[in-house]
Design a binder for this molecule. Structure first.
Ligand SMILES: Cc1cc2nc3c(=O)[nH]c(=O)nc-3n(C[C@H](O)[C@H](O)[C@H](O)COP(=O)(O)O)c2cc1C
Length: 363
């Protein structure tokens, strides 16, 4: 029998009361020290009716975080800053996992405080975000074996910190052209050692990160996100179907309980023309749960679930402007549009002030 968006879903140790998941959304409301601020607790608590909240991307280290006012999870002050956030979500009846982020070559040294690191010394196209506006990306250093070892330990520490901060688990950010993606895809990874070349080698970094995080907090609390069929921030692959089919097999071996795929079907939010969806090729090799994302509303999410590949759907922008998205989808209410100018603007405007349906109707 086909499941509905409102059936419960088990993602490893996490029990979701529904399958409407909040996708990770960078909102740039943390301090310069990457410590979460009190408004973040209210923002996430407003959205606690989601089956699961995946937090905004959260830096695992100073070197890995290149987005102004994004939060981190590498020190005690950041752990303390997250505690009121996870607590507010739990008190509102929700669940929240931390998206663990290393941006690799997309970190400008102004923020990372050192030469950025990637799989290979290839400069990303375009400009980095800094506190002084956009600046061209700089050439990264190709990670040495010691660098890789250190970064893997940084992921494990961030996962441990996430649990200390009250998160219910973590999602490793393997999408959107960041470090894990920079190792996975042959457009960014030109290494000739055991971390480059054949697919098995390109998956090694991901494998080590997942294994370290799983050992640290238990694999039942670990998920991972990919964006397999789009070109993002200069990272692409000549054969995404072969790569991500192998990834699905590896995740099955590692017993990772869930995957979220930003799998675009149209060029709108992806920034490039998407290639063929990969989830149909991954599904037969992976017995865990698959969440699909990108450009869904209630009816299209229901239709996608009915195809039998996805176990749940994650929503990004709709959750920015509809804190009660689950309720709106349930009753078939129209969805409010968000104001892009406040996505990363800081402050409460465009952050805490999107009304719930009944508030909007009363106004
Ligand atoms: C403002 C904004 C911030 C985002 N931040 C993140 C992020 O921190 N991590 C991530 O993996 N994706 C991020 N994304 C991508 C979204 O999670 C999602 O994949 C994308 O918006 C497409 O889904 P949607 O059509 O439901 O919005 C962001 C997107 C937007 C619009």
């Amino acid at each position: 029998m086909m499941s509905s968006l409102f059936d419960p879903l088990q993602l490893g140790a996490l029990h979701l009361p529904n399958r409407v998941v909040m996708a990770p959304l960078t909102r740039a409301r943390a301090g310069r020290d990457a410590v979460p601020t009190p408004i973040m607790a209210e923002y996430y608590a407003q959205r606690a009716s989601a089956g699961l909240i995946i937090s905004e991307a959260t830096g695992i280290s100073r070197e890995g975080l290149g987005w102004p006012n994004a939060p981190g999870l590498w020190n005690e002050a950041q752990v303390e800053g997250w505690k009121p956030v996870t607590d507010a979500v739990h008190r509102a009846g929700g669940r929240i996992v931390a998206q663990l982020w290393h941006m690799g070559r997309l970190v400008h040294p102004d923020l990372g405080e050192t030469t950025p690191i990637s799989s290979s010394a290839i400069t990303a196209p375009g400009d980095a975000h800094t506190y002084e506006g956009k600046k061209p990306y700089v050439e990264p250093k190709a990670a040495t074996a010691e660098d890789i070892h250190r970064i893997v330990l940084d992921y494990a520490r961030a996962a441990r910190n996430a649990i200390s901060a009250g998160f219910d688990g973590v999602q490793i950010h393997g999408a959107n052209g960041y470090l894990v993606d920079q190792f996975l895809r042959n457009g960014a990874n030109l290494r000739g050692d055991r971390y480059g070349g054949w697919i098995d080698n390109r998956m090694r970094f991901m494998d080590e990160v997942i294994s370290a995080v799983g050992t640290e907090i238990g694999m039942s609390r670990v998920g991972i996100r990919f964006s397999p069929n789009i070109l993002v921030q200069g990272v692409e692959d000549t054969n995404p179907i072969a790569l991500f089919t192998a990834v699905a097999q590896r995740l099955e071996q590692l017993q990772v309980p869930w995957i979220e795929l930003r799998e675009a079907h149209q060029p709108t939010s992806a920034g490039s023309i998407p290639t063929e969806p990969v989830s149909p090729s991954m599904r037969p090799h992976y017995s865990g749960k698959i969440l699909l994302n990108s450009d869904y509303d209630g009816p299209s999410a229901r239709a996608r679930l009915a195809e039998g590949i996805a176990d749940g759907i994650s929503f990004g922008r709709p959750f920015i402007s509809n804190p009660d998205l689950v309720h709106r989808i349930a009753v078939g209410a129209p969805l409010a549009n968000g104001d892009e100018s406040t996505f990363y603007s800081g402050g409460v405007e465009g952050y805490l002030d999107y009304p719930r349906l009944e508030e909007a109707q009363a106004a």
